[in-house]
Ligand binder design. Structure first.
Ligand code: SAM
Length: 327
């Protein structure tokens, strides 16, 4: 078990802010794609698979009328999923101004976005902010408590310092009702470290991604270093190109427990797919999303290189301790 130092030992310096800005600028600069551009993406099937994973998590845990907090909501790619779950209220927060703008446009349905559709059935509040720095419990005091919190493919951006990791979990915990659920996806540190140790140098990857660690990790041993701030550069073709941080899951789990968030499950995305793709309703969902092509139930349309990227991620579910009238 990782024993964290007391609150007063937090080290926040200028470089943390610079890195957070780098991440924000990277995502802000990514423009909306047309439907044609999206379909031509070298990782289109991976994107669809990730959408399927997020949809399954949402269908498993969102209930009609739920108040939902979406941390690092991005361009609002999950709005339709939440609508299908008939949620009652949605708050989305993201650090990237450009992404929140796109999210707003998508929610209002007044842009040339490819998915022209009816208005969303839930009211929403969309905000630009650093979810791992700001006291969201203060900012969102009037919106809380939430039944469900979601942080998809973004929790690892909080792991640059202990202070940020704690702020992230404190925010989730303070805003969830007792018995509320926290769902998310993030890189699987075990897989990344295993791949690093198998690699010849400090970098590895395939035709669609690469990961590169700094020289300081040349011995490839992380046992004595702090579990926060272990940075690497991640490049995913047509998606990501910015600094990211290793999140050792046992540290995440014990830190979450300190904030009254208990682990329900954690699964590598390969295991997640194997398990939930056995269920008829989720096979049908996969078919509709087209991740596996025209009705095939294997990985035939997802390239092996895309499937390897899926292996770099995990899905987790946590539950806020305590009883509630609704659980
Ligand atoms: N959750 C969305 C999804 O699944 O489509 C977006 C995922 S994208 C890979 C990562 C998102 O995390 C980006 O939109 C980025 O701006 C956001 N992000 C990174 N650091 C953040 C922070 N400190 N506070 C809020 N959002 C952050």
């Amino acid at each position: 078990r990782y024993n964290p130092p007391g609150d007063s030992n937090f080290l926040e310096d200028k470089s943390t802010k610079i890195f957070a800005r780098k991440v924000a600028d990277h995502y802000s600069a990514r423009t909306n794609q047309t439907l044609e551009e999206r379909e031509a993406s070298p990782i289109i099937h991976l994107k669809k698979l990730n959408n399927w994973i997020k949809s399954v998590l949402i269908q498993l845990y969102a209930k009609r009328g739920d108040a939902v907090l979406d941390l690092a909501c991005g361009k609002g790619g999950d709005l339709i999923k939440w609508d299908k779950a008939n949620i009652g209220y949605y708050v989305g927060v993201d650090i990237a101004e450009g992404s929140i703008e796109d999210c707003r446009t998508r929610y209002n349905g007044d842009a040339d976005h490819h998915q022209r559709r009816k208005k969303f059935s839930f009211p929403a509040r969309l905000m630009c902010g650093d979810c791992y720095e700001v006291r969201l419990d203060k900012v969102l005091a009037d919106d809380a408590p939430f039944d469900l919190c979601s942080c998809q493919f973004a929790m690892h951006y909080s792991w640059s310092t202990e202070a940020r990791a704690r702020r992230a979990l404190a925010n989730v915990s303070a805003l969830l009702r007792p018995g509320g659920i926290f769902i998310g996806t993030m890189p699987d540190a075990n897989v990344i470290i295993k791949k690093l140790r198998e690699a010849e140098g400090l970098a590895f990857g395939n035709s669609v991604y690469w990961i590169r660690f700094d020289e300081e990790h040349a011995d490839k041993k992380f046992s004595t270093s702090s579990p926060f701030g272990i940075a690497y550069k991640f490049h995913l073709e047509d998606a990501v190109d910015c600094p990211e941080w290793i999140v050792p899951f046992h540290v995440f789990k014990s830190l979450a427990e300190e904030y009254d968030l208990e682990l329900v499950f954690v699964k590598n995305n390969h295991v997640f797919v194997d398990e939930y793709l056995k269920k008829p309703e989720f096979i049908e969902l996969m078919r509709r999303l087209g991740a596996l092509g025209d009705g095939n139930q294997d990985q035939s349309t997802l390239s092996p290189d895309e499937w390897e990227v899926a292996y770099l991620y995990l899905a987790f579910v946590l539950r806020k301790r305590g009883q509630s009238d609704q659980s």
